[in-house]
Design a protein around this ligand. Structure first.
Ligand code: DHB
Ligand code: FE
Length: 284
């Protein structure tokens, strides 16, 4: 049977992708951000999964106000990096895992979560920046990501957004789905986005380090209680884009009920407009 061995949590700031693509990683500003991922790249090399289930949000790239799925699972064989206005990032095509994705869709939908099935979509910085941070820069043509990826897009852009509780319970359903897949695959689940940031309006630039650090503590130690926090608290405390953090609860809900091993924790302000948070948890 397949199993979820570990979860990774990270911010997905688009400027991080630009810093990588434009060779700016050694600049003092960026060096501090990337220093938090040195251990992570080594860890991923040593703990290479067969599949990454990557929870992220689309930023009006693949979807628009024409069509807003709350939860969308990618069942395609491959996904192209999107053109977000400056041309597509020069990173490899993301290979999917249609068979496991279809199995998870079947199991999770039968478990009463309504997923949208997506057979064709481009993937934006929400997905490609976490891959770059964890895998290092890969050449578009000669490089490759280390394994297939199942993109799982969550609407946190257009209200109404899903609650933390629903996200946590969805994670549990994803765990059950993976554990009923009849092949011994090592699956990691990644939750991305956050931490505190607000990109527009009078509060643009908002960062709340205290709230972020408490979120990291609670995500590790008491995720089910953390999942009860209503969405309005994220917006008030962590800014309008801080709501991206509910996606971390999907990954956390997919972990075993035992306390996880904390392999890595990193927090840094700022990267662009955002507080960067990063965790690696292993199932014990
Ligand atoms: C920034 C952060 C995001 O999560 C995003 O989607 C876009 C921009 C930023 O910090 O600039
Ligand atoms: Fe974002």
């Amino acid at each position: 049977m397949a199993r979820i061995t570990a979860s990774v949590y990270t911010s997905h700031v688009p400027a991080i992708g630009a810093a990588l693509d434009l060779g700016k990683t050694q600049e003092p500003y960026w060096q501090k951000v990337f220093s938090g991922y040195e251990y992570s790249k080594q860890w991923l090399r040593e703990n290479k999964p067969d599949v990454i289930f990557l929870v992220y949000n689309d930023h009006a790239t693949a979807f628009s106000l024409d069509l807003i799925p709350t939860f969308a699972i990618g069942t395609a064989a491959q996904y192209q990096p999107a053109d977000e206005g400056w041309g597509p990032r020069p990173v490899p095509t993301v290979m999917g895992h249609p068979d496991l994705a279809a199995h998870i869709a079947q199991s999770v939908i039968q478990d009463d979560f309504d997923l949208t099935i997506v057979n064709k979509m481009d993937v934006d910085h929400g997905l490609t920046v976490p891959l770059s941070l964890m895998c290092g820069q890969q050449d578009k043509d000669s490089g490759a990501w280390p394994c297939p990826v199942i993109p799982f897009a969550v609407n946190v852009v257009q209200y109404p957004v899903p609650s933390g509780r629903r996200c946590f319970n969805l994670g549990r359903a994803i765990r059950k789905a993976v554990e009923s897949y009849d092949e011994p695959l090592n699956v990691q689940i990644w939750g991305t986005g956050g931490m505190s940031h607000q990109l527009q309006g009078p509060r643009a630039g908002l960062i709340n380090a205290e709230w972020d650090k408490r979120f990291l503590d609670r995500l590790i130690a008491e995720p089910e209680a953390l999942a009860q926090v209503p969405h309005i608290d994220y917006v008030r405390e962590a800014g309008s884009e801080g709501i991206e953090l509910v996606m971390w609860l999907i990954a956390r809900g997919a972990m075993s009920d035992h306390a996880p091993a904390v392999k890595h924790r990193f927090y840094h302000v700022p990267a662009s407009n955002t507080a960067v948070g990063h965790l690696i948890l292993e199932n014990t």
